[in-house]
Ligand binder design. Sequence first.
Ligand code: CA2
Length: 147
Amino acid sequence: MKTAVVLNGPNLNLLGTREPAVYGSHTLADVQKLCADACAAQGFNLDFRQTNHEGVLVDWLQEAGRAQAEGTVVGVVLNAGAYTHTSVALHDAIKGTGLTLIELHISNVHAREPFRHHSYISPAARAVMAGFGVQGYPLAIAALASL
Ligand code: CA2
């Protein structure tokens, strides 16, 4: 059974505690449950992680890239949080690993502040999803199955 990797970046551990108008009221634990159910439906194992540290995300992307090359990982769903808009290192990690990666945002970043309109992730991603709320996560896992 292959594994779907879901990586979450900075401040996503705060989901459900503030800004419900933007991010909804679900917690990250709720999101993990949504992902677990979606993986069960697709016949995947789930590897679900969150970190506030850019270099940790780089390490995890490299780890997932090696596992995908070995055939044990189907791909990655990445919500890089604010690093989306700043991180050449994440762009390079995705490009360098050749990962099948879906960039995901809970909110519609294009309907928000201009500084959220640019993504360093998008040019390296296989697909981009934004604005589906936390339901985007199970949608992205289903999409990994068909990529
Ligand atoms: O919409 C998304 O998923 C974002 O990736 C979330 C990031 C933001 O910087 C991106 O522009 C869009 C922020 C995640 C922080 O989430 C919080 C949730 C509740 C309270 C405070 C922060």
